[in-house]
Design a protein around this ligand. Sequence first.
Ligand code: FO1
Length: 474
Amino acid sequence: FIEKISTSRSNVCKSISEFKFNKKRVRVLSKAKDFPEDSQGVVYWMSRDQRVQDNWAFLYAQKLALKMEVPLIVCFCLVPKFLEATIRHYHFMMEGLKEVEQDCNKLEISFHLLIGYAKDVLPQFVTDNDIGGVVTDFSPLRMPMQWVDDVTTAIPKNIPICQVDAHNIVPCWEASPKLEYGARTIRNKIHNQLSGYLTEFPPVCVHPFTPKEKPQSIDWVKIEASLTVDRTVGPVDWAVPGSTAGLQMLESFCKERLKYFSKDRNNPNKIALSNLSPWIHFGQISVQRSILIVKQYRSKYKEGVEAYIEEAIIRRELADNFCFYNKNYDSIEGAYDWAKTSLKLHEKDKRKYLYTREKLEKGQTHDDLWNAAQIQMTIEGKMHGFLRMYWAKKILEWTGSPTEALETAIYLNDRFNLDGRDPNGYVGCMWSICGIHDQGWKEREIFGKIRYMNYDGCKRKFDVAAFVRKYRGK
Ligand code: FO1
């Protein structure tokens, strides 16, 4: 299965030189549009999409480097802190980056791990190495957007910098030019454009132009030891980092779980999910590859394939749309007016239970299902998708205000889930707590018009006691 993908990556650069790249995937960020003459290389500044193959930003950078007949150099800027990330996340990311380094080596492409914020290290690298152009990938989150702005300002004005959306299938800025109301309004916009983007990737090939100097070998152990991130939340054992392991997880999804995906994906006791979100979050595998492969099972598991397409394309791209076009994507301010008014009206409603962040973090509430979900996230680094909704809604019910609830949900999600710190996570918390991409429901205490969920509803959907038993005493 995986071999099939890698053998199709024959190392003939002709195919990528001749490949007609869909330019709508690219945004030029600088005033400079053309490469300066006599440059010594093109840099792919990798950030969100941490893989070599199946990466449109990587491919675009290689295409430019081939055209200019210069070396291709990959830089990753390792920042000392990213939101609530702990060693669990940095470990997963760095193990994946080791594989990127090895894959680059095989293809005669240099990989540099620069330590620090891009604005402090990348412009210098560009000048020192006579780089003629920079290509980077795309994330709609505030902080990575700022990194890109800072670098665009700091690099010499004659060096073009452009951005390729290597994460979404339909690039975020092409899917829609505005903030969408919900899946209902973005679905057709995406489906109508899909055929232009859901195409096979050409392979990144052995690069024929090599830099004068080889990069210094990276001391990964030393770098990981020097990180000052929180070490109390450790790596998880079920998820092996890196693109190869990500593709293996995709394979097991197609062969073992896709057949149950449409029927059982909302049942936390069933093994029916793709479980791919950690690898997708860190860009270790591409959503587009997962769709190209899952689609091959259409005749066998039609409903599963359609449900997966809805989740992996429509819902995921809707989350990027929300974060890209709404600067308040992680605060109550970012909610619709009806939701803000309704939550405000009920802000002072009496709460039967009030828990501190510490109690919640330890899974010490009166609700055994909630505690089990929290423990699942704490130890496995991934809470089941269905429970994420129930979990966040209960935080709204049991904390002092909607603002506190949202902050707490985002804090816990970012701290423990491998796929936290992602547009999907912010949108999930915002959907549950302040009704984005949802409609108003019957008014009730605390929630106002925000959709309510309760324990009995969960009992009707799945065997709550069985789920609780699984995490008891852990
Ligand atoms: N991207 C980087 O370019 N440098 C980093 O040091 C870095 C750390 C990091 C830690 C946790 C995490 O979840 C993501 C991290 N990213 C990093 C990736 C990236 O910025 C995000 O995946 C996207 O912004 C999400 O859209």
